[in-house]
Design a binder for this molecule. Structure first.
Ligand code: RP5
Length: 174
């Protein structure tokens, strides 16, 4: 029996270097997911069939990445009644602005929750938050995650105040 909760659909294998951050975040929270490369333009029938079958396979949330004239998230959202999160990928001459505008400007009735250009990590976190609505354990994990973010800021602030700006910058130099 399949237990896939999140589907990560990528318009091209060239999205992978960005989208691997989403996969790492889903792994961190131990979310069962699957990945598929399928394009709204180059393989429209495969994309449509895949999106139409998601509900009966138990998938709850879709993350869809695409660059340039990015219609993938919208096409998936047209066929899948659950939440779709779009990740605009920076590629081509317009470096993601085109994809951002394409994904964010959905017509009324077919929303796509759009994250920032290359915002793969936030897309995964948003998917996890959606799943957490019906999963207290996951909600607690998310609360812990945010607590750790906060603790990291406090630690950085303490360090900055202790060693001063010049030395601090040396410790963060790449
Ligand atoms: C989109 O076109 C893909 O999501 C990708 O970001 C972009 C370019 O695709 P490739 O030409 O690199 O395959 O469909």
């Amino acid at each position: 029996m399949e237990n896939i909760k999140v589907s990560v659909v990528m318009g091209s294998d060239s999205d992978l270097p960005i989208m691997k951050e989403a996969l790492a975040t889903l792994d961190e929270f131990k979310i069962p997911y699957e990945t598929i490369i399928s394009s709204a333009h180059r393989s429209p029938e495969i994309t449509t069939d895949y999106a139409k079958n998601l509900v009966k396979r138990g998938v709850k949330v879709v993350i869809a990445s695409a660059g340039m004239a990015a219609h993938l998230a919208g096409v998936v959202a047209a066929h899948f009644p659950g939440p779709v999160i779009g990740v605009p990928i920076s590629s081509g001459a317009l470096e993601g602005i085109d994809a951002l505008y394409s994904i964010v400007q959905m017509p009324p009735g077919i929303p796509v929750a759009t994250v920032s250009i290359n915002g793969a990590k936030n897309a995964a976190l948003l998917a996890i938050q959606i799943l957490a609505i019906n999963d207290n354990k996951l909600m607690n994990q998310m609360a812990e995650y945010k607590k750790n973010l906060s603790a990291a800021v406090v630690t950085k602030n303490e360090k900055l105040n202790k060693i001063g700006i010049e030395k601090y910058l040396e410790t963060v130099k790449k």
